[in-house]
Design a protein around this ligand. Structure first.
Ligand SMILES: O=C(O)c1ccccc1NCC(=O)[C@H](O)[C@H](O)COP(=O)(O)O
Length: 250
């Protein structure tokens, strides 16, 4: 679609909803609840859950924000999924696709996203700087995804990034370890809201992650493998409410 048409979208000039602020809310769950039908590591997870009921249910259950995969080939998504979620929800929505060019950022804004993902493993620091600044100029927040200390050190640029997400999934072999987040937490500067991504399925894990400073928890499969993903989300929110409160954010 030509850029001019993206810019004429209903959402292009709309006020963004801050993912940072929603994750830092007192008494919030910090959950970023994801809608994905399939994944490279698992194949089909859930072909039937409707995006309207699922995303509205996530938010009614107490999730802090939504993550939507719009990529069709690997995740079974489409742009319309995000726009539908936008129509039904007033909350931050992260477009969780791999962003590699400027067009995708303009497109993310035009379909109703509030935040985009930049992955350190596939982008140079210069690309993160350019893409992140463009996103921020449009009012989008930027979640930088890292998997190790080296990626973090070269890519965490405060002019281009708002939140740092540590992916517990190794993108080469798809192995998962919560230790990735636990070990990297202290190295992430406190100006960034810290998010732990992938392979999280229990309140106990979220309790551990909170203790080392994480305020956002991105869960996909743990919800989507259920026929009613929003009910799995509601159950987890209840368990999170019983955890000790997180320390005041820095
Ligand atoms: O989910 C995958 O298999 C995957 C493989 C390679 C690159 C990205 C992938 N997923 C995208 C995501 O970021 C996750 O959906 C998200 O972090 C939630 O993970 P999970 O809770 O483990 O579903």
């Amino acid at each position: 679609m030509p850029v001019k048409l993206l810019e004429s979208s209903l959402y292009f000039n709309s006020l963004p909803v801050s993912l940072r602020q929603y994750l830092l809310r007192e008494n919030g769950s910090g959950l970023i609840a994801e809608f994905k039908r399939k994944s490279p590591s698992k194949g089909w997870i859930n072909q039937y859950a409707p995006v309207e009921r699922t995303t509205l249910g996530y938010m009614q259950a107490g999730a802090a924000a939504l993550s939507i995969l719009t990529d069709t080939e690997f995740f079974g998504g489409k742009n319309e999924d995000l726009t539908t979620a936008r129509r039904f929800n007033f909350c931050p929505i992260l477009r969780k696709d791999f962003v590699v060019d400027e067009y995708q950022i303009l497109e993310a804004k035009s379909i109703g996203a509030d935040a985009v993902l930049l992955i350190a493993a596939v982008l140079t620091p210069e690309e993160i700087n350019t893409l992140g600044r463009l996103a921020k100029s449009l009012g989008l927040e930027v979640l930088l995804e890292v998997h190790d200390g080296e990626e973090l050190a070269r890519s965490a640029n405060a002019d281009a990034v708002d939140l740092v997400g540590v992916n517990n999934r190794n993108l080469h072999d798809f192995s998962l370890s919560l230790d990735t987040s636990l070990q990297l937490a202290a190295a992430i500067p406190n100006e960034f809201v810290k998010v732990s991504e992938s392979g999280i399925s229990s309140a106990a894990a979220i309790g551990q992650l909170r203790e080392v400073g994480y305020r956002g928890f991105l869960l996909g499969e743990a919800f989507m493998r259920n026929a009613r993903p929003e009910r799995a989300c509601a159950a987890l929110v209840q368990e999170i409410a019983a955890l000790p409160k997180p320390a005041v954010a820095s």
